[in-house]
Write a protein that binds this ligand. Structure first.
Ligand SMILES: [Zn+2]
Length: 257
């Protein structure tokens, strides 16, 4: 699509589709990690939420009724990741499926000697390559600021990661970034983190991050937005890379509160 047509469509959507101001304020108040955003950033975020809700279809599973407030709560958390990127990052898929609570996934996997096993897992979210994002509403609404846990940011970080050679912990980097630096910094931090988890040490972020480089990136993204000072203090080089990728200095925003 041409740049002109894209802008025309964008302006048309923003002119005709509005977010009720009281609902917008209510959702912003609930999400403490958005409190340090500047007025310009909030305007941009609001526009992104309107475009996101226009482009995406959010439906409930197991008879869950999706309200306008639920749509905005999900959209605003998804859009904080792309605040300084572009809506194009969420292209090529439309569906978000919301379960009332955690849900079960069944999958097959092959072990080291090639035997295929069937597994069942209870999860709070899932992202499919070029497919839907699936969320547990209980988890999406129960963002826990103290722990840095945020399932919506986690699953949408996977979506960004998947744009580049599948989910491997390395999204598409910008021209001012070095792929070598990203690889070296994340590999070192991930290896150290896995050692800590293997030794049974208490970790500053969710030990689930040791599952794979993709999970490490997704968990660090959750904390980068919700408890950025933790990442800046304990993973300073990773913080710098995330700030370059997301084009946001979340720790600075947080310290303005
Ligand atoms: Zn994950």
């Amino acid at each position: 699509m041409s740049w002109r047509l894209k802008n025309w469509q964008r302006d048309r959507i923003l002119k005709h589709e509005l977010l009720p101001p009281d609902l917008w304020q209510k959702v912003l108040t609930q999400l403490k990690f958005l409190h340090g955003l500047s007025p310009n950033e909030l305007t941009l975020l609001q526009q992104n939420v309107i475009l996101f809700l226009h482009n995406k279809q959010i439906s409930g599973a197991h008879d869950l009724l999706i309200t306008e407030e639920m749509r905005v709560v999900i959209a605003v958390q998804a859009c904080i990741l792309i605040l300084e990127l572009d809506m194009d990052y969420y292209d090529n898929w439309v569906e978000i499926i919301v379960y009332p609570g955690k849900f079960i996934i069944d999958y097959d996997y092959a072990d080291e000697i090639g035997i295929v096993h069937h597994a069942r897992q209870i999860v709070s979210g899932e992202s499919w390559l070029a497919g839907p994002v699936i969320l547990s509403w209980q988890d999406a609404a129960g963002f826990n600021v103290e722990s840095g846990y945020n399932v919506v940011i986690h699953e949408f970080a996977h979506k960004l990661d998947m744009l580049h050679e599948g989910a491997n912990g390395c999204p598409i980097l910008h021209a001012n970034m070095s792929a070598q630096a990203w690889h070296d910094i994340f590999s070192k931090a991930y290896t150290n983190f896995c050692k800590q988890v293997d030794l049974g040490e208490v970790t500053i972020i969710d030990p689930y991050a040791a599952e794979s480089p993709a999970e490490f990136f997704a968990v660090l993204s959750e904390v980068f937005f919700t408890l950025p000072l933790v990442i800046k203090q304990h993973f300073p080089s990773v913080y710098e890379q995330l700030a370059l990728f997301y084009r946001q200095d979340t720790a600075k925003r947080w310290s303005n509160l």
